[in-house]
Design a protein around this ligand. Structure first.
Ligand code: C2E
Ligand code: MG
Ligand code: MG
Ligand code: MG
Length: 278
């Protein structure tokens, strides 16, 4: 009897597995169609200069306007896009849209802000990445110095040498690089020294419990000191309270981003924020 139950369980399990594989396959097909149908839209979240209170840049964050399921956050489709390689085409579309939008804003001198675009490991390691960035800049006419690319430590881990080559070619054109989610994975501090980053984004998990948690305050202060000696600017992610903003400003952090200032919003809403002083 027990054996029979076991067999049933195995059968049920393999049935489930193939169901999930099938679902994944269908979802991947859906993603490809969604790119063709232009179902991806960008929201933007402002980054605030903590000294002036002005918006210094915006981060582009992709959403899927799914025809049936509504607006889906990146956590619902970026991992699959990355796993299947679809991220390369999706990333190209995101780059193009972000550059076009930033160019539009930059026509108004007061709205000339930098746009930061996230790049996942597969996209960054893809042979066509330099051409994709060049094409997006050329097509839009955006000043390359208004584009920043955010990559995480995992994009570089595999091969520092090739990352260095890609980054050099793009920074020579004027594009900036930020290291995203700093502190969450294996940080090879050597890479900070060797690669041409201009900014470091402290992960939200370290900001969350400041200023109450002494250890997190110590970590943030240490990252700020490290960044200062390496001549990197710092953006704190996930700033949600005025206490956090004050702590960060006092500690010498240049930029903040988070719900305290604004959630990610559409392009029209951002325009109003670009005129605002926080
Ligand atoms: P990320 O690059 O670290 O982006 C910050 C995420 O934190 C965003 O989530 C943002 O909405 C959220 N956030 C900002 N401020 C706060 C805050 O004060 N509190 C809290 N709790 N959260 C805050 P989102 O938009 O869901 O994006 C999640 C991740 O998806 C991004 O993390 C990024 O890794 C990835 N992603 C987003 N857009 C793209 C894209 O175009 N390409 C690629 N490859 N990845 C993307
Ligand atoms: Mg980011
Ligand atoms: Mg981040
Ligand atoms: Mg993060």
């Amino acid at each position: 009897k027990a054996k029979e139950n076991g067999r049933d369980a195995v059968q049920a399990f393999s049935q489930e597995l193939s169901d999930s594989a099938r679902r994944k396959f269908l979802r991947a097909e859906e993603l490809r169609t969604a790119i063709q149908n232009d179902e991806f839209v960008l929201d933007f979240q402002p980054q605030i200069n903590l000294t002036t209170g002005l918006v210094s840049g915006v981060e582009a964050l992709v959403r899927w306007k799914h025809p049936v399921e509504g607006i889906l956050p990146p956590s619902e489709f970026i991992p699959l896009a990355e796993e299947t390689g679809i991220i390369i085409e999706l990333g190209e579309a995101v780059l193009r849209k972000a550059c076009q939008q930033a160019k539009k804003w930059s026509m108004n001198a007061r709205h000339r802000v930098r746009v930061s675009v996230n790049m996942s490991p597969k996209q960054f390691q893809n042979a066509g990445v330099i051409d994709h960035v060049k094409a997006a800049l050329k097509e839009s006419g955006l000043d390359p110095s208004l584009l920043e690319i955010e990559i995480t430590e995992s994009s570089i881990m595999r091969d520092i040498g090739s990352a260095a080559g890609i980054m050099k070619e793009l920074t020579d054109m004027g594009v900036d690089f930020a290291i995203d989610d700093f502190g969450t994975s294996y940080s090879c501090l050597n890479m900070l020294k060797k690669l041409p980053f201009s900014r470091l984004k402290i992960d939200r998990s370290f900001i969350m419990n400041t200023p109450d948690d002494e250890q997190d305050c110590a970590i943030v202060t240490a990252i700020l000191n490290l960044a200062r000696s390496l001549k990197l600017q710092v953006v704190a992610e996930g700033v949600e309270t005025i206490e956090q903003a004050q702590f960060l400003h006092l500690a010498g952090c240049e930029h903040g981003q988070g719900y305290f200032y604004s959630r990610p919003v559409g392009d029209l809403t951002i325009e109003a924020l670009l005129d605002k002083q926080y």
